[in-house]
Write a protein that binds this ligand. Sequence first.
Ligand code: AMP
Ligand code: ZN
Length: 468
Amino acid sequence: MDIYFFNTLSRQVEKFTPLQPGKVGFYACGPTVYSSAHIGNLRTYVFEDIVRRTLQAANYEVQHVMNVTDVGHLESDADDGDDKMSLAAQREQKSPWEIAKAYEKRFFADCEALHLLPPNVICRATEHIELMQQFIEGLQQKGLTYEVDGNVYYSTSQFEQYGKLWGGGRNQDCQQARVESDPRKQNPCDFVLWFSQSKFPHQIMKWPSPWGEGFPGWHIECSAMASRYLGERIDIHAGGIDHVSVHHTNEIAQSEGLFGHKWVNYWLHGEFLVLHKEKMAKSQGNTLTLQTLRDHGFDPLHYRYLCLTAHYRKQLLFSWEALQGAKNSFEALKNRALSWKFATGTSQTSAQLLQQYRNTFWQAVAHDLGTPSALACLWDLAKDQTVSKQDKWTLIQEFDQILGLGVASFTRPQLEPHLQKLIDERQHLRQNKQWQQADQLRDQLLQQGVQVQDTPTGSDWYLCYRDE
Ligand code: AMP
Ligand code: ZN
C-alpha cells in the first residue's frame, strides 16, 4: 500500500519510501513542559498520531521518538527572552524540576485522553546533557562553531545549505524573521548551542561543560537525541509549521553539519489552530486547554474529531460552535455505531461494495492524510442503506485504526427511565400484534430523540442527534 506525504523540503507531495523496508524512524518534536499544553499544541500531536497510525496500518514497524524539552527553550524560538522553565519556576514558586515533572505528566495524560499512541521512546533533554555536549564538540571539530563569553554559537555561514527547509534567502530572511539582539552573534541566523552563565546569572538548571557551567540551546537537544535513538538517517521528522523557519532549520544545520550527509528524508508540518484570526499561543494570551474544553462539557474526543475534520496542512479555526458541531457529529456517529454493534441477523452486503468503501477510505488517508475525506467516506457508509449493520460495524472498526475515536469501547448510554418504559411498552404491544399503538409509541419516542428500528429479529434503538 503506497503512502504519500507533502514534504516541506521539496514542497511537493511525494511517495513515501522508507530507508529500510518495512521500518520507519519517526521523530516528533515534543512539548516544552513549562505549563499545560494548549489545544493548538495538541492539534499538532493529533496530526502526528495520524501519521503514525497510517504507517502502522500499512504494516510498517514505526519507531516513534519524542523529546521532552525541560531546559533550554527561551521565550522566542530564536535565542531571545528568558528561559521558559525558569520563568515558570518563579511564577509557581517551585523548582524547574518540579515544574517539568508536573507538566510532563499532564501532557501525557492529555495525549492519552486524545487517544494518541504513546511514542516508543520519550527522551528528556536534561537526561542527555552529555550527549549534547559531545555533539557540540563534534561541531567544533568540524569548524562550525565559535565561542564568545562562554557561549558556543553555530556559525551558519559555514553551512552552505542553511535555510533550505524554508527555501528563503538566508540573511535577509533571518533578519526579517528574528528580531534579536545578541551582539555576540556574527550573523543574525547564528544560534546558541551552549549558554554559559553569561546570559542568565541566576540560572538554576546548569551543568559543567568544557565552555563553562551552563545549559544547552534548544535546537541541539533534538539533533542529539534523534541520532541517539534513530541513527544518523531518519525517515520522517514532524512538528508544527512554526518550527520550519527556526527550530527545524537549525536542527538540519547541526545534524547535516556534523554527519556530512542528508539527515531526514521527509519533513512533515502541521498548520496552526487559530482563534479569532490569531495563532493560538501562550504569548498571545489566547490559549485553551483540554481541561477548559472539559469544563464546557466536551469530551477530549470531540476535539480529536474536530481536528480530523480539517486537513492538517490547513489552518483550523477554533470556535465553540465548531466544537459543538464536532460533538454532535461524534455523538451521532457513536449512536449509529452502537446500533450496528448490537444488530443481529446475517450480513448481505456485496463484497465489492465493502471493498469500495475500504479503498475510498484508504486512498483518502494514504494521500497526504486526507482525514476530512476519510470522515466523509465513513458518513457515506453510515448512511448507506445497502450495507448491513454488521458490515458497517466491521468497517468502522477497521477505519478506527486510523481515526482513533475509540469505536471498540463505545458504550450505549443509559436511557432515561421514562424512555426505557416506553420502549418496553412498545415491545409488549408488538408482541400482542397491536401495531397501530406500537407505531404511536415509536413516533412518541422519535419526538423525544430516540429512533427505534424494527428488524426481523427484534427492535433496537439509538439516540438521534441534531444532524439527523
Ligand atoms: P511547544 O511546547 O511550545 O514546543 O510546542 C509544541 C508543538 O505545538 C510544536 O510542534 C508547535 O509547533 C506546536 N504548536 C504551537 N502552537 C500551535 C498552534 N496554535 N496550532 C498548532 N500547533 C501549534
Ligand atoms: Zn525539535
